[in-house]
Design a protein around this ligand. Sequence first.
Ligand code: URA
Length: 302
Amino acid sequence: MSNKRAMAQLLKHLSSIGVTHVPKVELAKRRVSAARGPSAPAAVDSSVTPEQPSGVPGTSRRPTKPAPVTAAIKPMRRVPGMLDAEDLHPSSVRVPELLPEVVRVRERAYQTREAKEEALCGLKSVVAGCQRCPELSSRRTQTVFGVGNANARIMIIGEAPGQDEDEQGEPFVGEAGQLLNKIISASQLRREDLYICNILRCRPPGNRNPLPQEAANCREFLDAQIHVVQPEFIICLGAVAAQNLLGVETPISKMRGQFFSYGSSRVLCTYHPSYLLRNPNAKKQVWEDMKFFMKELGVELQ
Ligand code: URA
């Protein structure tokens, strides 16, 4: 792939996950603008590429070959918790080799709650030993597999464990979890009837967004959990859950208020409780989504 295309893809991906500032780009900007001459615009867009004509027409400045943008980004020292181009570039995501224990779980069909619990228990111990993401596995207190009714009609999928979840080994037990509990009970549901898990099973440092490679590493486990539980409905909380599960880049604001399909499950996407903690005005939209969702289950919420 050309550097031009790679850079365009990277920028598109960055903006789709809400990243507006990547400090390393400053380095690329400086190098590239130096190469283009002082009067040339120094915008960081897809035109900032090695293919850019070198030198400014009409000046006697000696043409200089611009540094490839990816090369300009990469030499930065790796800072834990800070993203670099390789982490973010979707084309660099490798699908890991499937684990035979997990493949075996997905080859079977599970009818009873007991059979599902047993399968989930086996998966949970496979996940506990996972080391696919070196940064996450070396920092975690424990993996956070999932919790709830193995035979649930409704599965809730969040983003990744935070500090409280990492410490307690259960999804949604921190502040966002308390708000989720309120949403659940206001919707006339009970947490213990649902199955709750995340896109990732390990806490990302500083609660940063999961990297595409981390989501790919953990996907096998999520799909196995969905296969075992066979939920009729999935509620994705936030853009990370919705976009990763459905493999789209659509903003969450455009995905809410409608159903999607994933396998045999119907999927509703709404805002993440952490977003609601920062933006309480969005609570009414989540409430609309829950009313829309519960209506589908035959419950009219006021
Ligand atoms: N946020 C999530 O997305 N998942 C959790 O488990 C906790 C907070």
